[in-house]
Write a protein that binds this ligand. Structure first.
Ligand SMILES: [Ca+2]
Ligand SMILES: [Ca+2]
Length: 380
């Protein structure tokens, strides 16, 4: 019993655990420092760019394969809607430049090409370095047994009955051997799932893929602008109702979370990419299916800081992360919700929704997509 308890505790810890891996580069190292200075009042340090930026409804240059044009412009970021969390408020003006965006989440087949070309091992496939991990945990956190520091990731394991929705260890389990090739752990596989979104992807895994592909991860502002599909600041990407005319326009969780998924949308877990209709930009699954990494550090007051400006141009987020629930963890923002988002639990299937996630956290419902800047030689 004690062992099971330990595993559950570790599962909670690993949501914000550190890995043994080195960071991508020294720049990231310096900006990754977590600070609790000036909590709640830290001014947005992102430089406000005043230079002209490219905004164009018409694509500039030829579309890279599998990418669509996002023309940029001004929009209202965040939300003051009753369903919005504190971190989503207040709604504020933002302007972003044009860019290209992957039309769908990165798939298993795409990620396999990267791994075959580079030999890359994801965070979930590496043993955990306790010396690194403990830096992000409260002081004097005891070291778990070596056995539980073996490679693994977080897998959704629905309980048979209703549970306390404040306790996510009731439906998340740390599973040794769970990784992108084994989404449910040993014995599971991605055979015949080439066109499913790759999952169990930590932030540095996503960043490494993006760099290899000649792309980058989207900022939160870019992602949110794109997810709205050119629409106004409405609660859902497609309008004011979650299921207009009883149609399911995204893969999320129906029924009683987390124990009774009634699968009204046809999928109890991830769906193949491009199963649900695209938004007005031609982007698929921006809402639901799997969560997607943005490059912004998570700070609960990021929007409040940005709103101090009349308008923010091309924001890249705060310079450090701060989540009051786990102040020692380094976190980035993930967007869009997943097949586990439920009206009863998080309702994160809204463009403005933002979740704090440890950069070293792989999860069964977390993937990513990439963006690419407009070619310099094609700038107007
Ligand atoms: Ca579903
Ligand atoms: Ca998605």
């Amino acid at each position: 019993m004690k062992k099971i308890f330990n595993l559950l505790v570790l599962a909670c810890l690993l949501i914000f655990a550190a890995s043994c891996s080195k960071k991508q580069d020294s720049t990231e190292k310096t900006e990754n420092k977590v600070t609790d200075k000036n909590k709640g009042s830290q001014k947005q340090e992102t430089p406000v760019k005043q230079a002209s930026i490219i905004i164009s409804e018409e694509p500039i240059g030829e579309a890279p394969k599998g990418m669509v044009w996002i023309g940029g412009g001004e929009f209202v970021m965040g939300s003051d809607h009753t369903s919005a969390s504190q971190a989503e408020k207040p709604a504020h003006r933002v302007k972003i430049a044009a860019f290209w965006m992957d039309e769908h989440e990165v798939t298993n087949a795409q990620f396999r090409k990267f791994v075959e070309a580079t030999g890359y091992k994801t965070v979930a496939e590496r043993p955990i370095d306790w010396e690194e991990m403990k830096k992000q945990l409260p002081p004097n956190t005891p070291k778990p047994e070596d056995e539980v520091l073996q490679p693994g990731s977080l897998v959704f394991t629905p309980p048979p009955n209703p549970v306390n929705l404040q306790d996510y260890s009731q439906w998340w389990s740390w599973v040794h051997g769970a990784d992108w090739k084994h989404p449910k752990g040993p014995g599971s596989s991605i055979e015949d799932k080439d066109n499913y979104p790759v999952v169990h992807i930590a932030y540095e895994d996503a960043a490494a893929y993006a760099k290899w592909a000649g792309k980058r991860l989207p900022t939160e502002a870019e992602w949110e602008f794109a997810s709205r599909g050119g629409g106004k600041n409405q609660p859902f990407a497609w309008g004011d109702e979650l299921t207009p005319q009883n149609k399911y326009l995204a893969n999320f969780f129906q029924g009683d979370f987390p124990y009774n998924n009634t699968v009204d949308d046809g999928f109890n877990a991830a769906a193949p990419v491009k199963t649900f209709p695209p938004n007005d930009y031609g982007l698929y699954d921006m809402i639901g299916n799997v969560w997607e990494w943005s490059s912004d550090f998570y700070h609960i007051n990021a929007h409040a800081m940005a709103a101090q400006n009349d308008i923010t141009i091309c924001p890249t987020g705060p310079t450090s992360s701060y989540d009051p629930n786990e102040p020692f963890a380094e976190k980035r923002v993930i967007k869009g919700g997943s097949f586990l988002c439920s009206e009863q639990y998080c309702s994160n299937y809204r463009p403005s929704a933002r979740m704090a996630t440890s950069t070293d956290s792989g999860q069964e419902h977390l993937g990513f997509r990439c963006v690419r800047d407009v070619e310099t030689n094609q700038k107007m």
